[in-house]
Design a protein around this ligand. Sequence first.
Ligand SMILES: [Mn+2]
Length: 314
Amino acid sequence: MMKLSDVSAILLKMDNIEILTHHYPDGDTLGSAYALCLGLQSLGKSARVILAGKPADKFNYLLNGVKQQDFKADNIVSVDVAANSMLGENEDKYIGRINLCIDHHISNSVTADERYVDGEAAAAAEIIFALLKEMKVNFTKEIADCLYTGISTDTGCFMYTNTTPETHKIAAELMEIGCDFEQINKAMFETKSRAKLRLERMVYDTLEFFCNGKCAVIYTTLEMQSKLGLGDDETEGLASIPRQIEGVLIGITMREKQGGTFKISVRTNGETDACEFCKRFGGGGHRAASGCAVDGSLDEVRSRLVAAAEEVLK
Ligand SMILES: [Mn+2]
């Protein structure tokens, strides 16, 4: 595997860099991308972030200090993107052109000239933290805010099993630099819109148990979304609900998307492997948190998922 110093050397040779995020952008892909963008710009390079889909407004502060630069791209870097399909609307345009892929999903299968994948990192932002240090970037408050956001969101505010001593050490350094950890965590974990709360109320009514209570499934539909006037980005953050229930080993959240497909989030407890589960459907991710997409009607998709859960729990 490439060393971090190799990745640093590659980036230091690059200029006019586009940084790709994954679709349905979350705190880690955005925080990593904007931190890297800020770091590269501080070294005198031209860089910009290419989004796949519109991020939720709560992430707007990640753009603080980012310079809007006009240039023709010479190099493409992806961050926190686990598979080609995760590029969403950017897949066709960018696949085959990615020079460097930086990620922390062990299942990473992105087509790229060089790949640096560290499955031990709780967040891609942990890798970017080490990388920017290696590149001798001066850590500003803005960079610290971006990296802290990535780490905090991907660890569920330092609660998930991916959290390591290293995670806390990095977070401590970011706090020393002056990141707004309190505001960030409040915005990420302790704030929801009224519409989101109404959606949660509807979602609780969809809850069903399978596999003797070891599997719980919830879902959202496009109809529910439009009834509440919610955008796509506002159906995020539901995935933790089924796993919180006592006795549940596999918590499945199904979110209906345009075109007869469901975005599936799987969260597991104990030894149950969410990544193995999602690989059956062409997805992947982490041991306790993974995702995939399955086409079909609500009932069809749910039966396929429950059948897979039965096998996994055997
Ligand atoms: Mn991530």
